[in-house]
Design a protein around this ligand. Structure first.
Ligand code: UT7
Length: 318
């Protein structure tokens, strides 16, 4: 696999910590010191479909390829207002794509899961060009009367185009059942025969437990991948980690013993955008010219499930 295009799109609406402190029992200083987040973007007048479209178009332009040349569209999305059809189906015609598509839910690790699947399609010759779109609106899962989760998230979309190549040095995805620490339960229609009372709930998160799982799982993924690929943390130029909490990234960084400059972050501006966080960061670094030809990138993410994923990539100039 080789990444040949990147794109991202964020809603215009900027929501500061102080704005949240206006109606929640929280403060700018608590949110900054506990998470690193200063502002987040939230969908207000637009839709997730538009955001996903903009990110995808920007990735196609960056790859200098038309939608009609794409052989598969994979969309990573935890939930949006449509249960069916998939977000990728909704976008397909607008993007000019005439190929199969599907959505996957790998929670915040969805981008790494999508890369893993794309690599298999490329290896077996099922596809040559694949468009991966990660589009998320986690702010719509939260209880906005409670401070615990609503301050953490932001909406956004990131996309990449991948083609055949030798730049994926290694990839690892994992899953384990810890469904009680992070979940969002929506309602379904009742049938005349349904006798099970199911309680729905906005996003529930046992923050400290997720924090602990996140740090240990990411460290394990990164260490395992480095060993498999016979590289050390010194050999890695940039660590692009899931943008959930600056303190989680600090814990991983301390374990790896690498300088802060190797851990670019943007959660300060966007909050946690779920599976979109790494492709948004990748697009920003690419467009800012911070990805040198031949640079070694370690990507690592974790999310509800509990699922995790890491990928080691050699960057070639687009
Ligand atoms: O991609 C999804 C994955 N999710 C994550 O990665 C989240 C992982 N967890 C975290 O990032 C952190 O656990 C949080 C940021 C969610 C919480 O930080 P913490 O340092 O673990 O705080 P805590 O949950 O232990 O709470 C400490 C205190 C509590 O008050 P008491 O019991 O000490 O009086 C909370 O009630 O902070 C309180 N608190 C808040 N205070 C102000 C919790 N949320 C807030 C808030 N504003 N928004």
């Amino acid at each position: 696999m080789r990444i040949i295009g990147t794109g991202s799109a964020l809603p215009d609406k900027i929501v500061t910590n102080d704005m949240l402190a206006g109606f929640l029992d929280t403060s700018d200083s608590w949110i900054r010191t506990r998470t690193g987040i200063e502002t987040r973007r939230m969908l207000s007048t637009g839709t997730l479909r538009d955001l996903a479209y903009d990110a995808a178009m920007s990735a196609l332009e960056s790859a200098n390829i038309r939608g009609s040349k794409i052989d598969y569209v994979i969309c990573s999305n935890v939930a949006n207002s449509y249960v069916s059809p998939s977000l990728s189906s909704i976008l397909l015609n607008r993007l000019g794509c005439k190929c199969p598509c599907f959505d996957l839910n790998g929670a915040c690790a969805g981008f790494i899961y999508a890369l893993d699947i794309a690599e298999s399609f490329l290896k077996t010759g099922r596809a040559k060009n694949i468009l991966i779109i990660c589009a998320e609106e986690p702010t719509r899962f939260c209880n906005w009367h409670e401070r615990e989760t609503s301050v953490l998230f932001g909406d956004g979309a990131g996309a990449v185009v991948v083609t055949t190549g030798n730049n994926l040095m290694g990839i690892r995805v994992t899953a384990d059942t810890h469904t009680d620490v992070l979940y969002y339960k929506r309602s379904m229609e009742r049938t005349p025969y349904d006798r099970v009372e199911e309680r729905t709930t906005p996003l529930v998160m046992i923050g400290r437990e997720v924090f602990r799982l996140a740090v240990s799982a990411s460290i394990k993924d990164i260490d395992t991948l480095m060993k498999q690929c016979k590289v050390t943390s010194e050999d890695i130029d940039l660590f692009l980690l899931h943008q959930a909490n600056l303190r989680i990234i600090e814990n991983i960084r301390e374990h790896l013993g690498q300088p802060k400059e190797k851990f670019p972050t943007n959660m300060q501006h966007y909050g946690n955008t779920s599976s979109a966080s790494i492709p948004i960061l990748l697009d920003e670094l690419h467009k800012e010219g911070r990805l040198n030809d031949g640079a070694t990138l370690m990507l690592s993410a974790f999310g509800g499930g509990f699922v995790t994923g890491a990928a080691l990539i050699k960057w070639s100039q687009i």
